[in-house]
Design a binder for this molecule. Structure first.
Ligand SMILES: C[S@@+](CC[C@H](N)C(=O)[O-])C[C@H]1O[C@@H](n2cnc3c(N)ncnc32)[C@H](O)[C@@H]1O
Length: 488
């Protein structure tokens, strides 16, 4: 697919917008395919989708088939999607091609955040479009990692944003809705052209797509929002530009982090979705801290999923033609991971902000959380705010002058070992907050949460507990940090 030529031909925006009229959006697609989440679409199930979910061949079903499942439509089915002019334009642009008596699309079109993002197909080896090798400059489809970053990005108003490793431009185009000026950078010229095409489709005139190696073309400009989904796979091969991150997986992600201190504005936020290899005795936050070279930024790592090195090697190995080839590939991947000392590989969302000196030293924090599934950028900011509040040097004075309240609904789980009632434990989980934090509580913390059924000042709590000012303050710091209580 030649995105630059497509754009030069006119691009067919009107025709693409027709897809909105037939209700082609994320929830309708999930509903029709019977999925909880659009990232659950898998090529292995294509025959089942077609037979069980798309048999009525209504317009939405035909759009799903041609633009998400790489299927072929008959002329009658294509007529349900586009009028004659639309079809002519899309053929002229190179989006649609005929294959015998059927029509196929040379790009995938993903419903994202109320709009569309196009990219190369997710599964180039499927019978259509018939490629037998994935080219190095393939423009990445909208993957699970892309959608995680979409959901976790802070969506407040910014003056300027930078999306590194932009691929289809998905993060740049979404940022353009709440940012005055967005720069989208990719080293792959085809990705830059695809981003320009997506910006045109979205009517986002404030997106500038730049071909370059990370920060190299940016002068000395700083940005309030920086997003990145770099190639991150610790790989023994260099086959896919969007995937392979060198044998340790860090060749691009490390340079992104190293460059942040010169690129992130004060008050801004940088957010990266990536995978990191984990070694015994080497914490991920410490590694990220060392990449910052002493720059005072706070680091939040949200760990979403962890894979054992063995499973990781198996899932990346190739060898469709023979067991022998497959086993050799598994061995090659496993050997590479073991030479890096990686026991596990974790999917993470990382956020950086300049540290606030009134909260002491720059901090780093890691939480295991469920992957984000809706607009949760605000929850990322809430974790920063809670961590900072808990670290304030004058927190005691604040707690004396203000009241403390529980933040949202809190779910309590109790657990006790059979035969040992002394070892009773309670776990609290904040409900109603998307990136929820769960913690085991000791008796004092539990009692504080129970006592805060109405907001109270520190002195009221101290009186209720019959003293224990210092201990109470420490426990309140912990509860604030975990997001269970805050000031009102
Ligand atoms: C994992 S894909 C992410 C695509 C898109 N941002 C997304 O989230 O769907 C990584 C992208 O990084 C680009 N890339 C790789 N090395 C780069 C570099 N040194 N500078 C800029 N972009 C790079 C690749 O071409 C690819 O488009």
């Amino acid at each position: 697919m030649d995105y630059a030529k497509c754009l030069a031909f006119g691009g067919g925006r009107e025709a693409f917008l027709r897809l909105s009229d037939i209700g082609y959006d994320e929830s309708a697609v999930c509903g029709r395919l019977g999925l909880d989440d659009i990232t659950d679409i898998t090529w292995r199930a294509i025959p089942i989708y077609r037979k069980e979910k798309l048999f009525a061949r209504e317009p939405l079903e035909c759009a799903i088939d041609i633009f998400l499942l790489q299927g072929a439509l008959s002329q009658e089915e294509l007529d349900l999607l586009f009028d004659e002019d639309g079809q002519k334009t899309l053929c002229g642009c190179g989006v649609l091609s005929s294959r015998g008596d059927k029509w196929v699309s040379n790009l995938s079109c993903y419903p994202v955040g109320g709009g569309f993002i196009v990219s190369d197909h997710a599964w180039p080896k499927l019978p259509h479009p018939g490629q037998c090798a994935v080219p190095h400059n393939q423009v990445m489809y909208i993957g699970t990692d892309s959608r995680w970053l979409v959901h976790a990005t802070v969506r407040r108003e910014f003056e300027s944003a930078l999306d590194l490793c932009t691929g289809s431009g998905i993060h740049a185009i979404l940022a353009a809705r709440h940012t005055k000026r967005v720069i989208a950078v990719d080293i792959n010229q085809r990705a830059v052209e695809c981003t320009a095409f997506n910006a045109y489709l979205a009517g986002a005139q404030n997106v500038e797509a730049v071909c370059g190696d990370l920060y190299e073309k940016l002068g000395d400009e700083r940005f309030e929002l920086i997003t990145a989904n770099p190639p991150f796979v610790p790989s023994p091969v260099d086959e896919l530009g969007y995937r392979d991150g060198g044998s340790d997986g860090e060749s691009v992600q490390r340079r992104i982090v190293e460059g942040l201190p010169c690129r992130l504005s004060l008050g801004g936020v940088a957010q990266i979705v990536t995978e990191l290899g984990e070694r015994e005795g080497d914490s991920l936050p410490d590694r990220l801290r060392s990449w910052l070279n002493g720059a005072p930024l706070d680091i939040l790592v949200l760990r979403l999923r962890t894979h054992s090195a063995a499973n990781y090697a198996i899932s990346h190995a190739k060898g469709d033609d023979s067991y022998e080839e497959f086993f050799e590939s598994v061995d090659e991947w496993a050997t590479n991971l073991s030479s890096q000392g990686y026991t596990h590989i974790s999917s993470v969302l990382i956020a950086f902000k300049w540290s606030d000196p009134s909260c002491g030293e720059p901090w780093e924090r890691m939480e295991d959380v469920a992957p984000p599934s809706a607009d949760m950028g605000y929850a990322v900011e809430e974790i920063f705010a809670a961590e900072r509040l808990s670290r304030l040097s004058d927190l005691r004075e604040l707690l004396e002058s203000r009241k403390i309240r529980r933040l949202g609904n809190i779910g309590l789980l109790e657990a006790s070992q059979l035969g040992n009632t002394a070892d009773m434990k309670a776990q609290a989980q904040l409900l109603g907050v998307p990136l929820s934090i769960g913690r085991w509580l000791d008796g004092v913390e539990l009692n504080i949460l129970l006592a805060l059924h109405t907001p109270k000042s520190l002195s009221e709590l101290t009186e209720e507990f019959g003293g224990g000012g210092e201990l109470l303050l420490d426990k309140l710091r912990l509860l604030i940090r975990s997001g269970f209580v805050t000031l009102c």
